[in-house]
Design a protein around this ligand. Structure first.
Ligand SMILES: [Cu+2]
Length: 297
């Protein structure tokens, strides 16, 4: 029962966001702590800092839930694009369906895991963690798949004195194959700029100004309908994506204060939002979390 309740909690916020979006009644961008304050911040009370005692490394794994066995990856039907997309020695992942990538010990790849502050709170970003934004996030299309499939961005953080988001300068840089035409669209993003553009070789698109939001953006290519990437635009860098063994490491995570741990997978959605045993969790230094169990919807 406890688990079902937690799952319901996990799914509800995204359902509300979806409904609000579909109904067109809410055109404001939704940020993770709260809606973005109006210019000048008059309309919103400043948020409260999450009282982290220090910052440190958290590790964990995401594994298939007992009894859940997703289909194995199948080759993608590429039609007229088969020869161009198979040229140049692509990896298996680039020519097969990547929805469920299961590795040793049932570990699941491409799960986004990150923390979120409780309602009306924010994370103060330590200097060492701000450095993560110094490096842009690269999204490449060497063959006919985006690499990486799942990513996180840290383009802004909350500044309490300004009661507003402040850009970090980090951009999403989208590059393309030297030999295959692609374009890209950023669906569900806070900013349409950069959508549906074909970029020349050696002239990557540099997307800045994306606002933090609760649901992932989806990146698509019109030339190759199967191409997908998913990105979480966060207002902090305390995030990771699982590797081929299902492992993740969150560096400089806020420790010693209640927060939410969130895990998302493209076929499972938000399968964790809270803690392992409740709605919130307090992380400890060098903590290895119990395995996070995942199953399809
Ligand atoms: Cu493409």
């Amino acid at each position: 029962m406890r688990r079902s309740f937690r799952l319901a909690l996990a799914v509800l916020p995204s359902v509300f966001v979806l409904l609000a979006t579909l109904s067109g009644c809410n055109t404001e961008e939704v940020t993770q702590g709260k809606k973005r304050p109006a210019a000048g911040g008059e309309d919103e009370k400043p948020r409260t800092e999450v009282p982290a005692t220090k910052h440190g490394t958290i590790k964990g794994t995401v594994v298939l839930d007992d009894g859940f066995n997703p289909p194995a990856p199948k080759p993608i039907e590429m039609g007229a694009n088969t020869s161009s997309c198979h040229a140049g020695d692509p990896t298996k992942e680039e020519v097969e369906d990547q929805t469920w990538l299961v590795g040793p010990n049932r570990g699941v790849k491409n799960v986004a895991v990150f923390v979120q502050p409780p309602q009306d709170m924010y994370f103060k970003i330590p200097e060492a963690a701000l450095d993560k934004a110094a490096k842009d996030v690269q999204l490449e299309q060497p063959h006919c798949a985006f690499k990486p499939r799942v990513f996180t961005l840290f383009p802004a953080f909350y500044d309490r004195a300004k009661n507003d988001l402040v850009p970090t300068g980090q951009a999403l840089v989208i590059d393309r194959s030297p030999s295959i035409d692609h374009n890209y669209n950023l669906l569900n993003a806070s900013k349409p700029a950069g959508s549906n553009l074909a970029k020349g070789v050696g002239d990557p698109a540099r997307v800045t100004g994306l606002l933090p939001q609760d649901r992932p953006i989806t990146v698509t290519c019109n030339v190759h309908s199967w191409m997908r990437a998913y990105g979480f635009v966060l207002e902090h860098p305390f995030a990771a994506v699982t590797n081929e063994k299902g492992e993740f490491t969150i560096e400089n995570a806020p420790l010693g204060a209640k927060l939410q741990l969130v895990a998302w997978h493209e076929a499972a959605g938000f399968f964790l939002k809270g803690g392992i045993d409740g709605d919130e969790i307090t992380l400890q230094e060098n903590q290895t979390l119990p395995p996070l169990k995942i199953r399809g919807k």
